[in-house]
Design a binder for this molecule. Sequence first.
Ligand code: CS2
Ligand code: MG
Length: 403
Amino acid sequence: MKIIRATVNVTCPGRNFITLKIETDEGIYGLGDATLNGRELAVASYLTDHLLPCLIGRDPFQTEDIWHYFYRGAYWRRGPVTMTAIAAIDMALWDIKGKALNTPVYNLLGGRSRSGVMVYGHANGRDIEETSDEVAHYVEMGYLAVRAQTGIPGLPSTYGVSKDKMYYEPAEKGLPVENVWSTEKYLFHVPQLFEQLRLRFGHDLHLLHDAHHRLTPIEAGRLGKSLEPYHLFWLEDPVPAELQEGFRLIRQHTITPIALGEVFNTIWDAEHLLREQLIDYIRATVVHAGGLTHLRKIADFAAIYHVQTGCHGATDLSPVSMAAALHFGISVPNFGIQEYMRHTPETDAVFPHTYSYDGKGYLHPGDGPGLGVDLDETLAAKYPYDRAYLPINRKLDGTMFHW
Ligand code: CS2
Ligand code: MG
C-alpha cells in the first residue's frame, strides 16, 4: 500500500478546524486533526508546504519510521506547530491501518482495557448559584465527573465562564479580547464554590477545577490546601509549566491531585514532573503531542510513576481528535479520565463519527474499522476559515498576564 495524496482541509463550522486527509493507492484514506486553536494556518502551512511532499510514495503502515522521519528529520524539533502537524499525520496513518486491517484502532493499541471511557463535562456560571445549577444539569445527563468554573465577584470575565453553557467559546473573531484578572479575588472565591457544590451534591460526584496557568507555586499550594475538604478529582494547570521543579513547592503544601500538560507537545515537557511524581494526571493530548504513537510513550512513562492520563478534550480539538482520544482511552492501562466538551451540531455534521455518549458518564469509540470519524468535504466547504484568537489576560493594573 502506498500514499498517493495528502491534503489539508480548512473549515469553520462556528470555529476553525484543520484536518489532514491521507489517501492510498488502495482507495483507503485516513484523517488526522491538525487544529491549533488561534494559530491554525501555521500548522496548515507546515503540513502543506513542508511535510506532505515527503509523504507521497511511503508505506502508511510505517507509523514509527514516519513519526521519526518528521521528528528527527526536521532538525528544528518540538513545539506546538511541529508536533500538531506530526500528530495529524500519525492519526491519519493509524486510521488507514485500522481500515486496512478492518479493525477499530483500539485493537491495534492493545485492545479494550475497560468497558467505556469516563468523561467529564464543563459546568460554568456567572456566580456560584448558576455554576451549581449547571453542575446539576450535567448530573442529570448522567456525568460522573464535572469541571466547575465560576465568575469571580469584581471581575467582568474570567477563564472558563462562557456566554453559552454547553459549547466553548474561545477562540473569538476579531483581534484578541482582553480579560482582566485578580489572583486575590480568585483565591478567596473558589473554595466557596466547592464548599457549596459538596453541600448540594455530596461526595460521590467527581469535581474538577482548572486554574488555567494563573498561580505561583505558593498560591497553588494555598488553593490546593483550601480545597482539600472538598477532595477534588484534580486541580488543573495551577502554574505555568515552564518551571517543572516549581511543582515541588506545591507538593510540599497540599495533597490535592494536580493535572497538567494540555499545552505539552512531547514527553520532554513532562519528564521531570513525572519522574519526581510532581503531578497526578498528564493532560497531553493526541492532537498536540505527536499523535497516538507518541502519546502511548508518554502514558507508558507516566505509568511508572503512578501518573494517570487525563487527556485534553475541549471543543477546539476536532471530532477527529476526540475519536482518536477514545481509541487511546479505551485501551491505555493507566487511564484516568477524558475531557469531553460537546461539539455543536454544525461541527458534528461536518465530522460524522461513531463515538457516542451512553448517558451514564462514559463515551464509547464505536467498533468500526479505523478511528470511526469522517469529513464531509462538501459541507466543510460551506464554512470558510474565519481568523479567531484566544483572549489575552491582564492584571487589574494592566500587567500582561497568563490567559
Ligand atoms: C481548557 C481549554 O479545556 C481546558 O482544560 O484549558 O479550554 C483551553 O483553554 C483551550 O483548549 C485553549 O484553546
Ligand atoms: Mg485546561
